[in-house]
Design a protein around this ligand. Structure first.
Ligand SMILES: [Zn+2]
Length: 100
């Protein structure tokens, strides 16, 4: 492993994340063409970056969908509660008025 390789490998995570500048990306891409060891390292890093990125993104969507469902359910419970309270009030009022 040359000095060049250690520099490339320092940048490879950023490169896999597409956060390197176009010039740096070009240097890395050229090095990867010439260096099978770094290419293997890049492929591994790329897999790790991808596997790290996807599950949290999926979870994030699931959490926001869940939060929305909970919010909707709470709204339904609140309105159902209000309706029940109102209905009980009406029934109570009717019962009381029929008593008299
Ligand atoms: Zn290399």
């Amino acid at each position: 492993m040359s000095n060049n390789c250690s520099v490339i490998r320092d940048l490879i995570a950023m490169y896999a994340d597409r956060e390197t500048s176009p010039q740096t990306s070009k240097i890395i891409a050229k090095h990867l063409e010439e260096c099978p060891e770094c290419r293997e390292y890049y492929e591994h890093t790329n897999n790790v970056v991808r596997s790290m990125k996807q599950p949290p993104r999926g979870n994030h969507y699931r959490y926001s969908a869940l939060a929305r469902q909970i919010r909707q359910r709470n709204a339904i419970i609140v309105s159902a509660g209000c309706t029940a309270f109102f209905t009980l009030g009406v029934i109570a009022a009717k019962l009381m008025s029929s008593d008299r």
